[in-house]
Each structure stands twice: as C-alpha cells, then as structure tokens.
Design a protein around this ligand. Structure first.
Ligand SMILES: [Zn+2]
Length: 339
C-alpha cells in the first residue's frame, strides 16, 4: 500500500508537470483526489490493515494528498499567469491607428428657443407647468369657454382619439389643470407640443410648439400684462424692442389682443423679414375670461388674471431667419448644424 501511495505521488507529479490548461488541471484533480479517484480507492482498502500499519499508512496518505493539492495550486497559478500573458500579447493596441471621431450633437433650434423663453420667465418668478398631450375635450375646449359647436373649435380642428379624447390644440389645458388644483397666486408658463389637423406647408405643420403663460392673483390688470410682455420681448429680441397690441377675439380672454413686436431685423422701418410692416406678430394675449376662472373654482369677483401664448416655430423662424417651417422637422444635420 505504501508503494501504491508513493506511485500515486509520482504519477500525479508527472502529469502535473505537462498540464497545459485549467480544464486539464481539473481533470487531474478528479482523477487523483475525486470521490472515485486513485487516492480514495487506495484508502478504501485501509480496513484490511493491521492496527499498527493503519496510522502509518494514514499519515502517508495525508502527506500524498497535501502534496498533490500543493502541486495543483502551483500549476494553477502558473497557468493563469500564462493565460494573462497570452491575452496581453493578443490584444496589442496599435497606438498609431487613427481614432474614431465622435460627433457631438447640440440643441435643436426649437429647444433653444423654448429654453430661452423659459429662462426669461423663470427670471420673473414663473414656474414651469406641464400636462398631457392626449387631452380631454373638456380641458382643451369646454373649460376654455369653447362649448360644443363653438366656431373656434373649427379653427382648431384636431385629431380625435375618441369622441371626448383628443390631441391638444394648445397648451391652455395645462392652465386649467393648474387652476383646478392650486389656489392663487398662480404664475406659470406651459411649454409643450400641440396638434392641429393642418396640411403641411412652409408655415403650417400638424405638430408644433407653444409656450403659454398664466398669472392669476388679486388685482392683476392689463397694465401688468403689457409690462410683462415688454420685459419678455426685450429679453428675447433685444433692449430696443417695442411691442404693440391690436384688439382681437379669443373665447378664453376678455379683452383679448394680438401682440406684435418691432421687427428684430430693421427695428421698425420695414424690411423683407417684416414684409415692410416694421412689426411682427408673435403673441396672443388677454385678461382671463371670468367664465374660465369660475369653471376652475376661482371667484372672478376676487381674482383676475392674464394669459398669453406664442408659437415657438414662428419665433425660431424669426430669430434664425428660417423661411420654411418644414426645415425644422426634417432633421437634416447640414441644416441643424448652422444654429
Ligand atoms: Zn423689418
């Protein structure tokens, strides 16, 4: 039995000296030390030994076991070193090869304009409010004083999901949602995407963007509205910019006005950009209609408010001298790179 054990030791050492991979190593471990391994089967025969021989053979068996375990560990370390070395050799980096240039994108002109507008109003203490683009007919029309069959619903024809669910035609429903849930004072702007079933041409798109604003508090007047819009126009188009109001009709404001800013290109003397007018229409505005306040649970005999809205595309086209709205949506990098 002694010879058997010494034989195992020699055989194991031989096999381990030529081992070439980690998986081979595992096979050797199983072959000698596993449950059905050579060492184990020799130890099974220990019952037949005399009481004197048993501890001697037992000790020898333990020695052989720890000898093989030690050799296995050594061989494993050696193999891992080799494998890492091979890997490093294979993965040589050619530092002289030209790199891949990463294209760094930038903000879309529409995002730029929205951010600029937000910035101006945040500076005046406004909060940004957002709401769903898929909206209830009630919030988009009825709560804004446009009941069923109101002619203004024709002008703002939209896409219907169902009879009462639509794609919003304006960001005004956000104002209604805020007024329903918050007590005045309210001071918000609502930037967002809106929809109308318009055919695509140089100045129309079924999808476009608006920024609307709403202020509701005690004693808010038309003077506050004009002052606010003046600050806004000067911030966005330059210190020399002036505004003018022309009477208009919107169902949700009374009185209502269309707001022009003096031309940012010629300053008011008339040019190609303003079509010789000296003024460019960019906003609609007015005092919030008492019926709209009432519908939102705000007492119009205590509170008053103003609201305004502007088209982001039209503002961007003016700012960047873009003559076709479609360019803003075509995602042509050659075009977008210019801004
Ligand atoms: Zn002009």
């Amino acid at each position: 039995m002694k010879e058997q054990l010494n034989g195992i030791r020699v055989k194991a050492q031989e096999e381990l000296s030529t081992v070439g991979s980690i998986s081979e190593l595992e096979n050797i471990r199983v072959k000698f030390l596993g449950k059905k391994g050579e060492l184990t089967s020799v130890l099974r025969g220990m019952g037949a030994l005399t009481a004197e021989d048993r501890p001697v053979i037992g000790q020898l068996a333990n020695e052989v076991r720890s000898f093989i375990e030690g050799k296995l560990e050594e061989a494993k370390k050696e193999l891992m070193k080799k494998e890492i070395g091979l890997k490093l050799e294979k993965e040589v980096i050619d530092v002289t090869m030209p790199g891949k240039r990463k294209m760094l994108g930038k903000k879309h002109p529409l995002s730029n304009v929205i951010d600029e507008i937000n910035e101006v109003f945040i500076g005046m203490g406004y909060e940004i409010a957002e709401g769903p683009e898929v909206e209830k007919d009630y919030y988009n029309f009825e709560a804004l004083n446009m009941p069923e069959n109101h002619p203004a619903k024709d002008v703002q024809d939209t896409f219907y999901i169902s009879e009462n669910i639509i794609l919003r035609t304006q960001t005004s429903p956000v104002q209604i949602r805020v007024m329903e849930n918050k007590k005045p004072p309210i001071k918000i702007i609502c930037p967002g995407r809106v929809y109308r079933s318009d055919a695509v041409d140089a100045t129309h798109s079924p999808i476009f963007h608006q920024v609307e604003g709403l202020v509701v508090d005690k004693g808010v007047t038309m003077g506050d509205l004009i002052g606010t819009l003046k600050v806004f126009a000067k911030s966005l188009f330059g210190e020399k910019t002036d505004i003018r109001l022309r009477p208009h009709h919107f169902p949700f404001t009374e009185p209502s006005a269309e707001v022009d800013v003096s031309c940012w290109t010629c300053g008011g003397s008339g040019c190609r950009v303003c079509k010789g007018e000296g003024w460019i229409e960019i906003l609609g505005a007015g005092m919030v209609h008492p019926k709209v306040l009432e519908k939102c649970g705000i007492d119009p005999s205590v509170y008053s408010g103003f609201a305004f809205g502007l088209g982001v595309e039209r503002t961007a086209m003016g700012r960047f001298n873009i003559d076709d709205l479609r360019l803003l949506y075509e995602n042509d990098v050659r075009f977008l790179k210019q801004f």
